[in-house]
Design a binder for this molecule. Sequence first.
Ligand code: DX5
Ligand code: ZN
Length: 219
Amino acid sequence: MKRIIAPSLLSADFAFLYREIKMLNESEADWYHIDIMDSSFVSNISFGSSFVKCIKKYANKPMDVHLMIMQPERYIEQFKACGADHLHIHYEACVHLNRTIFSIKEYGMKVGVAVNPHTPVYLLQDLIQDIDFVLLMSVNPGFSGQKFIKKTYQKLEDTKDLILKKHSSALIEVDGGVNLENASLLFKNGADILVAGTTIFSNANPQKMIHRMKLGKTT
Ligand code: DX5
Ligand code: ZN
């Protein structure tokens, strides 16, 4: 089991973005998690590919881009050009998911399929062997700072079972409401990657927080 920490830039201080990137570069964080929102799939608007491009210039870690947009197939080329290393698309936002998954791979990126809290993971049974990540949403997507949905523990279990049954090598990523209290349990229960925004960026010492999350500390 990996213990990958992917801080979500949505909670960063945009006025001091370079400082935040430098802080993450020098931390034990593994990836940059970047949330793209279109005000259609989710009600919020965040930032677009030019934001990813700016971060890529200074970041020394993989860019984990989470597309919360309808018909994400329209933007694959654009995000590749801006430096995305991983592209997550939502099961609920994509009609021709098989084609989109393979298109992302053809562009040389790793691909994740994200599922909203209401979407059962058995729906991934015919694609689980084709993807690199399952992104389990542990809040309803759109905003940072929301409360973790406990049903996620069951979904984690279901995802692990599916991965095992289908001999898939997909890693499990959990996104939303992750804090020091649930992080160690999530890792223990099979999560490979944890995304955290508020918990990391609202802390007076984000680097220390990342360190504690990685170690599975609970306080
Ligand atoms: C929610 C986003 C998350 C969010 C996490 O729609 O996908 O990545 O930034 O923020 P926290 O950790 O504050 O829930
Ligand atoms: Zn996200």
